[in-house]
Design a protein around this ligand. Structure first.
Ligand SMILES: Nc1ncnc2c1ncn2[C@@H]1O[C@H](COP(=O)(O)OP(=O)(O)O)[C@@H](O)[C@H]1O
Ligand SMILES: [Mg+2]
Length: 369
């Protein structure tokens, strides 16, 4: 128990997930040295533009990276009540990565050995201790089985509610918890009979029904109508205070993150560029944040701008190509805050994440003089 009190539930250190892009004959560094923690009962948000490596980081935690020569390194320490282990332990002996000048040149991987070891590490974890919800809930539900039946099976499989009656009562309980309209009716519905918002609620019920220690929510509101989006955010907010479940919340939408996250990691080009308390990272003072975070925040329309239909600031330039990672700061080509004093360093040296105030880290030469 002492271990539980001192260790975060999830501790990701130097996570690296690379893929081979056949068409380009090169390796993509989808996640490149990410470290972050999710404490007990904490919601940690991961935000960044599309392609910044958020989903791949989540899939790496779930042990769902299997794509051919996709490789993953670092450590993912899970310290739950029932299970404590490093999900990547022993996997490195199945892969061998060679790098030269910021390019990953060769990856040798014993795919079968790696898969087997990974499955062993994930046993009793995926879907049980760690549950995940995705952007497209309909795709994650079986279209041929009623919602209630799917939930009942999940409850029976993962919890101590083993008899049919106990498990179906519990399934109904979860449909009520996610505030789905007419839960008894939905219990007997097929996924096709549910609206998008109801499907997302059913998916959340499914994830929570195994009573996981950690919930990973990857773009849980993306693709839903605006009004439904805000209802799902409200629901997540309520579940957070009612269940106290630890959550890794991923979204490209900074407003979703700012409403739900206690702490935030901002990702750019596979790396965390800023990390800390939401109120600092997403707060108003642009002078104490990474230029990328400042740009992301400036691209969110204010109420006033929405009313005035004002044009928005966009972040100039293209998202980083993570095949040829530059030697300098990854945001260099798009940064609007480079001064002559730091230009040289920005262009040629990759800055470290540096603590600029207690619990607030920024990866930028402006703060690293
Ligand atoms: N299976 C894959 N094979 C090759 N590249 C991939 C694969 N999956 C994702 N990527 C690449 O990894 C990068 C990060 O993707 P992703 O984590 O999905 O971004 P995000 O969730 O932040 O939008 C992207 O450049 C994407 O093209
Ligand atoms: Mg994604």
């Amino acid at each position: 128990m002492a271990v539980l009190a001192t260790q975060p539930l999830l501790k990701i250190e130097n996570l690296r997930t690379y893929f081979y892009a056949r068409s380009k004959h090169s390796f993509i560094r989808a996640v490149d040295g990410v470290s972050l923690e999710v404490g007990h009962s904490e919601t940690v948000g991961v935000v960044g533009e599309s392609g910044s490596g958020k989903s791949i980081a989540a899939m790496s935690v779930m042990g769902l990276i299997s794509n051919g020569p996709g490789v993953i390194g670092g450590s993912i320490r899970f310290t739950g009540r029932r299970v404590q282990r490093d999900l990547l332990e022993g996997l490195d002996k199945f892969v061998n990565v060679k790098e030269r000048h910021g390019r990953v040149m060769v990856v040798n991987k014993d795919e079968a050995g790696w898969q087997k070891a990974s499955e062993r590490q994930m046993k009793n974890l995926r879907g049980k201790e760690i549950a995940m919800i995705f952007q497209n809930p309909r795709a994650s539900l079986n279209p041929y089985i009623t919602v209630g039946e799917q939930l009942t099976e999940a409850v029976q499989l993962h919890t101590l509610y083993k008899t049919r009656k106990e498990a179906s009562d519990r399934a109904l309980y979860w449909l009520e918890q996610v505030k789905i309209d007419s839960p008894r009716l939905r219990f007997n519905s097929y996924p096709a009979d549910l609206s998008g918002g109801m499907c997302q609620r059913a998916m959340i019920a499914m994830a929570l029904s195994s009573e996981p220690a950690l919930l990973i929510a990857d773009e849980p509101t993306t693709g839903l109508d605006a009004t439904i989006q805000s209802k799902i955010v409200n629901l997540l907010e309520e579940l957070k205070s009612e269940t106290g479940i630890s959550t890794l919340l991923i979204s490209h939408d900074i407003s979703v993150i700012s409403r739900l996250a206690d702490r935030v990691a901002v990702m750019y080009g596979g790396a965390v560029v800023e990390y800390g308390q939401s109120k600092l990272v997403l707060g108003e003072d642009a002078s104490i944040k990474h230029p990328y975070t400042a740009a992301l925040l400036a691209s969110v329309p204010s109420e006033q701008q929405i009313r005035d239909k004002a044009s928005l600031q966009t972040i100039e330039g293209d998202v980083l190509d993570t095949i040829n990672v530059p030697a300098g700061c990854r945001f260099y080509a798009r940064c609007n805050q480079i001064t002559p004093e730091i230009n040289e360093k920005c262009a040629s040296h990759h800055p470290e994440l540096r603590e600029i105030s207690p619990g607030h880290q920024v990866r930028c030469w402006r703060f690293s003089n």
